[in-house]
Design a protein around this ligand. Structure first.
Ligand code: AR6
Length: 327
């Protein structure tokens, strides 16, 4: 996954570079800056003293000392002034300049905190939006894995209304299926036949084994490539929108019988903007179905049925409900 949102302490990230949300002096401070200096040890401050500070929106690089990464990239985010001081533009430039520096130093993995979203007061939801969109823009042209590290869950909160809608959707569908499952067990009938709402088509019991074997049809890869053609998009547009990295996509492309992970298959279905029936078809090709006894599946189904195909919004929702992410 080119962009991953993880909950962690950034000082623990084992990647090529971590980014520090610093102040213009580069001489340390509170928040993530304080944590990075503390974990790196005094060598970091000594090197920072030689840098001559840093302007808002710019970035400078140092060694990482005792941290488990190779570099620390220091950038200075804007102080939030109710959006009246070109804060978004400045924040975007923090991400862009940090990524350019990382690239110049051959970094393949970089971790960012949510710059400006602490002491500097940038609203967290908007700070996250800027981070995701600016990093995505960079990744359209560059190969890198970028982590957005959120420290506390409240830093990563999708709109309350969306959370409520999804929670209602889960309640309706989750409970309904469990009731059905219970009554099915009570009547001692095969559960699959009663699991209303399950997207997997029931198997025709009358079909002979020979007929079924004869029906081995289009593989996952074949259907994926066909859908890419039908939608008139390029392979790169598809995997980038799915937040799937190029190497993995090539593996799928080059092996007609490749079986991706479920999260990858769903991400590709979403990037192709398939409707529920088509998405279900594609998933079946890889041996999966969306089931109503899994919260993860219900959340994915919620977004597909509303034809909302933004992978990062879906991942934010999955994160909110403590589910694994797509890609
Ligand atoms: N790992 C990951 N994220 C963290 C960590 C951590 N260890 N600690 C805090 N955060 P802030 P700013 C999150 O205040 O808003 C400093 O004093 C935190 O929850 O560190 O850019 C500098 O010297 C928040 O979401 O940075 C400057 O004076 C995000 O990191 C000023 O603060 C950024 O919060 C910069 O303010």
């Amino acid at each position: 996954m080119p962009i991953q949102i993880v909950r962690n302490d950034i000082t623990k990230m084992e990647c090529d570079a971590i980014v520090n949300a610093a102040n213009p002096t580069l001489l340390g401070g509170g928040g993530v800056d304080g944590a990075i200096h503390k974990a790196a040890g005094s060598g970091l401050l000594r090197e920072c003293r030689t840098l001559g500070g840093c302007n808002t929106g710019e970035a400078k690089i140092t060694g990482a000392y005792k941290l488990p990464c190779r570099y620390v990239i220091h950038t200075v985010g804007p102080i939030w002034k109710n959006g009246c001081d070109r804060e978004e533009e400045k924040l975007r430039s923090c991400y862009r300049n940090s990524l350019i520096l990382a690239k110049e130093h051959d970094c393949e993995t970089v971790a960012f905190p949510l710059i400006s979203s602490g002491v500097y007061g940038y609203p967290k939801e908007e700070a996250l939006y800027v981070a995701v969109s600016e990093i995505s823009r960079f990744l359209l042209e560059n190969e890198m894995t970028v982590y957005i590290v959120v420290y506390d869950k409240s830093a990563y909160r999708i709109s309350k209304k969306l959370v409520r809608d999804i929670a209602e959707y889960i309640d309706e569908h989750y409970v309904e299926t469990h009731q059905i499952l219970r009554s099915a067990q009570f009547f001692n009938r095969p559960v699959e036949k009663c699991a209303k709402g399950s997207m997997s088509a029931p198997m025709e019991s009358e079909a002979s084994l020979n007929e079924l074997v004869g029906q081995v049809d289009e593989s996952f890869t074949q259907m994926l490539l066909r859908k890419i053609d039908e939608k008139g998009i390029t392979d790169a547009q598809c995997y980038k929108k799915a937040n799937v990295d190029r190497k993995l996509f090539s593996k799928i492309r080059n092996n007609i019988n490749y079986k991706p992970r479920k999260a990858t298959a769903i991400a590709l279905a979403i990037s192709l903007e398939l409707d529920l029936a088509e998405a279900s078809d594609l998933l079946q090709k890889a041996g999966y179905a969306l089931s109503h006894s899994s919260k993860f599946d219900i959340i994915v189904e919620y977004f597909i049925s509303k034809r909302e195909y933004d992978i990062f919004t879906i991942n934010e929702a999955l994160f909110e409900f403590d589910q694994p992410l797509l890609g």
